[in-house]
Ligand binder design. Sequence first.
Ligand code: G3H
Ligand code: 13P
Ligand code: ZN
Length: 340
Amino acid sequence: MPLVPMRVLLDHAAENGYGVAALNVNDMEQIQAIMAAAVETDSPVIIQASRGARSYSQDAYLRNLMLAAVELHPNIPVAMHLDHGNAPSTCYSAISQGFTSVMMDGSLHEDGKSTSDYAYNVKVTRDVVHVAHALGVSVEGEIGALGGIEDGHGAGLTGEEALKHLADPAQAEQFVKDTNVDALAVAIGTSHGAYKFTKPPTGDVLKMDLIEEIHKRLPNTHLVMHGSSSVPQELREIINKYGGNLKPSWGVPIEQIQRGIKHGVRKINVDTDNRLAITGAIRKVFAETPEKFDPRDYLKPAREAMKKVCVARMTAFGQAGNAGKIKQITCREMISFYLK
Ligand code: G3H
Ligand code: 13P
Ligand code: ZN
């Protein structure tokens, strides 16, 4: 089967009350890990590539690896999504390379660092929606700017400044009216990477109540949580046991994500947890068997470790058991839906 637009997966998730992990990839082993987890759990999947991933692996490799994934596993619906597109041109190049879904992150300017204003965000997002929907491709936008209230990751925001960039529910509602996005990422205090919170997050730093408020205003919009790795202590400990040096930190607890799923969260972005699992597995092989030098000796355990994380997330988010229930639709078939 061909790759499907993300909208198909999110609509099914909304109709059946579950969430879908959006998992970042850069190489073949990561794609294989996700597909193996999807097959084991019968899960639909969103596989996403950032700008960094696209430049690391090159679109032609990525596209063909993704096509291999659906060729080998025709029963698993797979959407190929651009993560954090920084400009309409980035989204258009992704679409031309076969991505079936794009994120236009107009919460930041094209530099991917400085926060933009509402008018700019609407303009670039609306432009992308216009083109993407005409081709049956789904679009995710973002409101508020992702940052860490505690540490200023993401948009580089700190303290009071970061609090000002949380998603505003009234603005979120207006944004969806103004742009017609399929999915909306909402800044609720998470940040990318392994250092999100210095202690288990409470409601003053992880604003799950914002999700609930936004969902009440936008019951038909698929909400997206970025920076949603849980940063499990055991994965950090494996890395540190075998020569790594990661400071203690906390991520987004799975129960909080499940709470979000009850209130309209349909796409949950997870990258860091898989990176931690891969790195720990590779370090273990290097430390325990320093005589090994065949990449397969460490890439296989790395792939297995990532698969374990993916199985756990697919199960916790409720997407497990749903792959076979989804009618697979192509982007071409999706065009008529958008034209309605
Ligand atoms: O957006 C954050 C994802 O974890 C991708 O990270 O930009 O280093 O590929 P990246
Ligand atoms: P994590 O760094 O928490 O895995 O977040 C990934 C993400 O949001 C990708 O867009
Ligand atoms: Zn993100």
